[in-house]
Design a protein around this ligand. Structure first.
Ligand SMILES: NC(=O)c1ccc[n+]([C@@H]2O[C@H](COP(=O)([O-])OP(=O)(O)OC[C@H]3O[C@@H](n4cnc5c(N)ncnc54)[C@H](OP(=O)(O)O)[C@@H]3O)[C@@H](O)[C@H]2O)c1
Length: 224
């Protein structure tokens, strides 16, 4: 798809990767609607980058998900791409994981994004794109992050099925399996301390790959 002038919904634009991606995309199009859990934080991103609109959105509220997608499509006159940059992590041995934390991980990393993509599909133009930041953990179930990795693997699997189903509409389903980056995500974990991680990959290098992936309609974005 052509990013120049494209109508894009970026979910999680208040996060480190979401915000940086918006900065990069704003060089190509200002037809962007952003979301964050805090309306004020989302509005800051919108104003600073000169984007179309901003909305508060908590992905665990599926009714709100559908309403925000509807409003974004109305504000942009349709959608050419949806990028989901939300996510949460939690750490600790699988045997000791807290059930409520596991549920929240699956809500934020899988069920919420699935609800959002379902809501967006009727508004998405043929030839457009859906991109989700899953991560290498979707295929690399490391010790100390079982539920985090499982929630990402669930999302990645769902995207794989969706990709096949959307072939006729030529909608690219881009699974961004990005490597570890020092964004502070692990310090904001819902629970536990992270295991020893490799040095963080360069954020702009990873997001440039995502941008290229969107344009080329690749199945998976991998870097490093
Ligand atoms: N950093 C990495 O090493 C890395 C590697 C591979 C993949 N990823 C994935 O990339 C995505 C972004 O990560 P990041 O590093 O940019 O972390 P981040 O700065 O912590 O961003 C996380 C984003 O998710 C949002 N979020 C969390 N819970 C939410 C909920 N219930 N409803 C709606 N939004 C929610 C946050 O909203 P608020 O701003 O309101 O808190 C924030 O926008 C995540 O999916 C992560 O798994 C990250």
């Amino acid at each position: 798809m052509d990013l120049d002038g494209a109508r894009i919904l970026v979910v999680g634009a208040t996060g480190v990767l979401g915000r940086r991606l918006c900065e990069r995309l704003a060089a190509r199009t200002r037809e962007i609607v952003v979301t964050g859990r805090s309306a004020a934080a989302a509005e800051d991103v919108r104003r600073e980058l000169g984007l179309r609109a901003a909305h508060a959105l908590d992905l665990v509220d599926h009714d709100a998900v559908a309403e925000v997608v509807r409003r974004a499509a109305e504000e942009l006159g349709g959608l050419d791409a949806v990028v989901i940059a939300t996510g949460a992590a939690a750490f600790g041995p699988a045997a000791e994981e807290d059930g409520a934390v596991v549920e929240e991980l699956f809500e934020v990393n899988a069920l919420g994004p699935m609800a959002l993509v379902r809501a967006a599909l009727p508004h998405l133009s043929d030839g457009g794109a859906v991109a989700v930041l899953t991560g290498v953990v979707a295929e690399l179930p490391l010790a100390g992050m079982a539920a985090y990795a499982a929630s990402k693997a669930a999302m990645a699997s769902w995207l794989g099925s969706l990709r096949r189903e959307l072939r006729r509409r030529r909608i690219a389903v881009v699974d961004a399996r990005l490597p570890h980056m020092d964004t502070g995500l692990v310090d904001r974990a819902l629970a536990g301390l992270p295991p020893r991680l490799p040095p963080g990959h360069d954020v702009d290098d990873a997001l440039a790959a995502l941008e290229r992936g969107l344009e080329r309609g690749v199945h998976e974005v991998r870097v490093g």
